[in-house]
Design a protein around this ligand. Structure first.
Ligand SMILES: [Zn+2]
Length: 173
């Protein structure tokens, strides 16, 4: 399914959900400063919502597996992204910049806003979500450059899903 644009009015009014997939190489802004990417897909879901006050929201879920460069050893490694976000859809540029931090619910204090559109570039939205989820200074969790020689993994670790299992899920739907 090749969706590039969505109508935020339609989506939020109807509570619709759209989803899609695209090769990570297609996200040029994302990968311009990254090392060579593996052949992975970015998958996303965007669901419209309207609350009882008529406020409209988009729930965005993005899964991706970009390759980053470890800033210690300069080797590429996979950074799994599984990002959930809720964006408020507003009607005007002015509403984008309203400072309501003072009276906002603490839980919603950092809610992001986007401008409603009949032609919202959903892939750009997805790309932003991935970019925002990248670490400022990418590093291996355990970088071989600094760590001791690898100890034997305790048995308990075998229960963890491998990165390849996650990849398999990405490719499935
Ligand atoms: Zn490293």
């Amino acid at each position: 399914m090749d969706i590039q644009y969505v109508d935020t009015y339609e989506l939020t009014r109807a509570g619709q959900e759209v989803h899609g997939q695209a090769p990570i190489d297609q996200f040029e802004r994302l990968i311009e400063d990254l090392p060579e990417q593996a052949d992975t897909m970015v998958s996303w879901t965007v669901k419209g919502e309207m609350d009882s006050f008529g406020q409209r929201f988009l729930r965005v879920h993005v899964k991706a597996a970009p390759m980053l460069e470890c800033q210690r050893c300069m080797k590429p490694f996979e950074w799994p992204v599984d990002s959930h976000n809720r964006l408020e859809v507003v009607n005007s540029e002015a509403a984008l910049n309203v400072d309501d931090a003072a009276d906002a619910d603490p839980d919603d204090a950092i809610i992001e806003r986007i401008l409603g559109s009949q032609r919202l570039d959903v892939l750009a939205l997805v790309e932003d979500e991935i970019i925002l989820s990248l670490p400022y200074v990418p590093k291996h969790d355990v970088c071989t450059l600094l760590s001791e020689p690898l100890e034997e993994e305790p048995d308990g670790d075998l229960a963890r899903p491998s990165p390849f299992a996650v990849l398999g899920q990405l490719k499935k739907d």
